[in-house]
Design a protein around this ligand. Structure first.
Ligand SMILES: [Cu+2]
Length: 486
């Protein structure tokens, strides 16, 4: 850790009075919902596709002993598994997911990336949190197929292990592949280093140095990789020396769905010996691009196609700008594992980033002049750990507002020396590329230090939606606001 043992012990003592995991950021005082919001949500839901089929699932959020492939840690997970069970259905299916809160504090499940009905978004105040011991059934329909994920929208719980993949299939578009590999990336400290709340306390009180992470600045991210160096980087819940193996046959076309569930780590991912074709990001198709590696900020997803070669191939997810990596293996034949320190040459090759992608033609936004211009100025730094949007912490946030049916352009202006993966709930915006080419549809976009990114979206999903940095520590320190329909 970037924290001396002595200062960690100080931090741990200071944090001892805290409960293990519960200390969510206080939400702003509840406002009266806009008049007619319930009707608008119901009307919008009626316009989504509906198959008439209901897919039920049950998740239990609780404390479990988790085997990371050697270290066994007591932490939080859904159904005692990292990365959780997969929730999966078709476009238009009703997903009815009952969540039992086995934690000692309120929780929620946010369906990251899905343009669902606002009252099922799993983020307060749109959806009430689930009290300890209580159940809640999320009932919603995804209008768009794709790779999504789910996690609590309360405090730092995601960083303790509460996350799972959510896959929405389109039966009319089965895809040109024979095998599917879901790859969930994470940075891990709970049970093996200071726990996430101790880290946040250290960051806030400057007991944790921003230097000494052992990593180099990342040109891809425009500076420091993150605020925290983690003991482990996990792929599908396993440490590098105990990597999971995915078995396929040589010659098969494989779809790999990458999900970055980390709190403070971007990953550069490559599969040794395999160029990759990027087909989707954040659920939406892009014009296919051939690359050697993919960069994912926290909350982002990328889908790629590869043709499996014959042998044993490490998939390596390097913690960008930090020391360390997570890994898994693709096994299609006879071969040996080169071991945890092996780094595929592809990591230094062509890297897919959102700035070089274009949405596939069918999912581009129709050309339209903007009706609303919104701005989110990102500020803060390591000195006070005072991450802000438009100069304000979430507890004092002034909502951004749109009217239904408007075309909005949202300008992210980063006035900090750190990059931020900015995530908007309930919408998938189109990144407005600086070269004028159509950008990808995304719900989470990397904004580099001292740079700006503009995105456009249609205000077609009424509600109260969170807009925040997907760095768990930045978010908990205040880098969140809301987008509200008026
Ligand atoms: Cu941030």
């Amino acid at each position: 850790m970037a924290l001396s043992r002595r200062s960690f012990l100080v931090a741990a003592a200071a944090g001892a009075a805290l409960s293990a995991c519960a200390r969510p950021t206080a939400p702003p005082a509840p406002r009266q919902p806009a008049a007619g919001l319930a009707e608008a949500i119901a009307r919008t839901e009626a316009a989504r596709p509906h198959t008439g089929r209901t897919v039920t699932a049950h998740l239990r959020a609780g404390s479990s002993d988790l085997d990371l492939g050697g270290p066994v840690v007591r932490s939080l997970a859904y159904d005692g598994r990292v990365a959780g069970p997969v929730v999966r259905g078709n476009v238009g299916d009703e997903l009815a997911v009952t969540v039992t809160n086995g934690l000692d504090h309120p929780t929620s499940v946010h369906w990251h990336g899905i343009a669902l009905r606002n009252d099922m978004d799993g983020a307060a105040p749109a959806t009430p949190e689930i009290a300890p011991g209580a159940d809640f059934t999320y009932r919603f329909t995804s209008p768009v197929p794709g790779t999504y994920w789910a996690h609590p929208h309360a405090g730092l719980d995601t960083d303790y292990g509460l996350y799972l993949p959510v896959i929405v299939d389109d039966p009319a578009e089965p895809g040109d592949y024979d095998a599917e590999w879901i790859v969930v990336l994470d940075d891990w400290t709970a049970g093996v280093g200071p726990d996430p709340h101790q880290i946040l306390d250290g960051l806030r009180s400057r007991r944790m140095s921003m230097h000494g992470m052992g990593g180099a600045a990342s040109p891809l991210l425009g500076g420091d990789g993150g605020d925290v160096s983690y003991p482990y980087y996990l792929v599908n819940g396993r440490i590098p020396s105990a990597a999971t193996a995915f078995t396929a046959r040589a010659g098969q076309r494989m779809r790999i769905r990458f999900i970055n569930a980390a709190a403070d780590t971007a990953f550069r991912v490559a599969l040794a010996g395999h160029p990759m074709t990027v087909t989707h990001t954040d659920g939406y198709p892009v014009e296919p691009v051939d690359v050697d590696a993919v960069l994912l900020g926290m909350g982002e997803r990328y889908d790629v196609l590869v043709t499996a070669a014959d042998g044993v191939f490490p998939l390596v997810a390097v913690a960008e700008g930090k020391n360390g990596a997570g890994r898994a293996l693709l096994r299609t034949g006879v071969g040996s594992d080169p071991g945890p320190d092996f780094r595929p040459a592809e990591l230094a090759g062509r890297v897919a980033t959102a700035a070089a992608l274009s949405a596939a033609a069918p999912v581009r936004l129709a050309p339209a002049p903007p009706d609303a211009q919104l701005q989110a100025v990102l500020s803060g730094g390591m000195m006070g750990y005072d991450w802000r949007i438009n100069g304000r912490p979430f507890t004092d946030a002034v909502p951004l507002t749109v009217a239904e049916s408007q075309r909005a352009v949202l300008h992210f202006v980063n006035r900090s020396m750190m990059w931020h993966p900015m995530h908007l709930h309930g919408h998938t915006f189109e990144v407005l590329r600086s070269d004028g080419a159509p950008g990808p549809r995304k719900d989470t976009v990397i904004v580099a230090p001292m740079k700006s990114v503009a995105v456009a979206f249609d205000a077609d999903n009424p509600g109260v939606w969170m807009l925040h940095c997907h760095n768990g520590y930045h978010m908990d320190a205040g880098m969140m606001t809301t987008l509200e329909y008026v």
